[in-house]
Design a binder for this molecule. Sequence first.
Ligand SMILES: Nc1nc2c(ncn2[C@@H]2O[C@H](COP(=O)(O)OP(=O)(O)O)[C@@H](O)[C@H]2O)c(=O)[nH]1
Ligand SMILES: [Mg+2]
Length: 140
Amino acid sequence: MSFINYKTKEIHCKIVYYGPGLSGKTTNLQYIYQKTSTLNKSAMISLDTQTERTLFFDFLPLAVGKIRGFHVRFHLYTVPGQAFYDASRKLILKGTDGVVFVADSQVIRFESNLESLENLQQHLKQQGTALKDIPHITFK
Ligand SMILES: Nc1nc2c(ncn2[C@@H]2O[C@H](COP(=O)(O)OP(=O)(O)O)[C@@H](O)[C@H]2O)c(=O)[nH]1
Ligand SMILES: [Mg+2]
């Protein structure tokens, strides 16, 4: 559920980019960041390792206009794809309003895509929801 602050008249929506390591999640956020007017965005925060792979997450806050007088703000997150960062993924996914699943289109990464998708479904189930019940998009 999106978070609505009646006092400040703001609606906050959390969107999580999910997928295996190196599938292009961070690249997606960077592209959106580049294409968005400075009026609508705050700094994009990336917590990277030295090898530039996402260690914890990327975070991009976006203001996307008003609905009935309420400012709508999207908070875009990416998860770290590597298998051993499962606890971080679980935490980042918590309370999300939507999921963008970024699959790697290389044939050799087919199993990794499946593994990541199953991992996503598992975490959602633990959080009492399911992919079919939340807005989501899958692309490669
Ligand atoms: N060929 C190709 N490379 C891509 C594409 N998207 C991302 N990359 C590259 O793949 C690597 C991993 O991308 P990144 O966004 O860091 O993946 P993440 O681990 O899912 O966040 C980077 O070197 C990107 O430049 C794409 O659509 N095509
Ligand atoms: Mg990344």
